[in-house]
Design a protein around this ligand. Sequence first.
Ligand code: XMP
Length: 519
Amino acid sequence: MDTIIVLDFGGQYCHLIARRIRDLGVYSEILPFDTKMEALKKKEPKGIILSGGPSSVYDVNSPQLPDGFFKFVKEEKIPVLGICYGHHTIIKRLGGTIEPHEQKEYGKTELNIVSPNLLLEALDDKEIVWMSHGDQVRNLPEGFKAIAKTDTCPIAAYQDDSNSIYGVQFHPEVVHTPKGNQILENFISKIARSKKEWKLEDWIELSIEDINREIGTTNKVILGLSGGVDSSVAAVLIHKAIGDRLHCIFVNNGLLRKNEEKQVQETFKEKLQFKNFHYIDAENLFLSRLKDVSDPEEKRKIIGHSFIEVFEEKTIHLEEEFPDITHLAQGTIYPDRVETAATSKSSAKIKSHHNLTLPDDMKLKIIEPLKDLYKDEVRKIGLKLGLDRELIERHPFPGPGLAVRCLGSVNKEELDTLREADYILIEEIRKANIYEKLWQAFCVFIPVKTVGIMGDFRTYEHLCAIRVVESRDAMTANFSKLDWNLLEKIGTRIINEVKGFNRVVYDISNKPPSTIEYE
Ligand code: XMP
């Protein structure tokens, strides 16, 4: 299959490049910038893209292309496209010069195309592009010419006279470059002439082969299943590869939504016929440890530690029973890795991730089959692997579950009240056919009592807040301007049907400054 290789120089958008190319129908793979030439040759690339990165080409330890790179691409006539740092490193290696520019360019900039060329074909003479750089190309090596400029960057794009080496100072892979996809399309189709043969089914096949190779024919794997999209898709994929040598552990921490533990068991044990699905009911343990604890951080800590304890205990039992358990599988996806900055040797640390990692002394090798995928790709794969659309399209649910939505100390009675209200909210949202357009919709138990009246009786009950937000990535979010009639119906049903709530309020805060969750 025709392949475009992306060499990773540590830029935060590197994986987006491969993803866009796959979306355009050509298989693309990311390799570290210092991949040995032999390994690169084996991939038989139709084209190579050099990603951006946080370094400057003049930094002492700046990442370098492998020796023999240009000899190889010239002999094999493999087109190369450099982006940002990639754009600089090509020029430096071939004898041009780069210099720091006093006016750093970040954000949207107007690009002027100064010479007709294949890479920027079908674009207007002026286009908006996304810049993020401090250095810029000053002098081009012989045989190169500038093909586009901006007000502050005279060589914002270049090509060589064999029409096979191109560079762009800006980022075509981000959505802020509106014609970015056209540029990548031009590179893969018009310049690299690669065939569009990539399908998600192929990824599934390749991934199953990889899992089999890694695990072997007798070893076993443990996976912590939360019932969320990522761990569910990882489980089904691994199960397809190694069958019942996969042991899934599902912990009911007493903080799940209504019927969740039943649904997860039904899906995996009954529908998908997982023989080694281990359900652990730890509700009492979690709730007893959370009793009278009202500090949000303390609650999270207790939940995190208790989970590890329960998971570890079960793993140790399983390891005693099956000594050939060698791997721990995780549903890590690409954005999780960006957050933990484990993407590549040269990526800059962005922020530390708030989810749990299991202790190192578990001595199991980690396998993360979804680690290069984005959420929407994981969803598509899940559907292809036969998971229900309802599970695949589920809203994100935080690890500490309803504990962060039941404010202050939690107890079973209040959690049950919350579960009922939340169930009604989701039922009505689904009936209104808007579930999939929302990022999250949930109820919150506010431990404040207000007076109400039911028939002839005065009531004095707790308050239910409804939080419904729209978002692309949870970094920012807007409250959803739901239809008043729908809100009225939800509020009325909650007050009438849920014992424990006599008043419902709608949360109209955006993020920032508010967060999506309450604790
Ligand atoms: P916030 O509340 O920070 O949430 O606006 C952003 C997104 O992250 C989810 N979230 C969590 N997920 N463990 C998780 O796995 C957590 O502790 C946690 N806290 C928040 C939240 O639901 C939202 O989608």
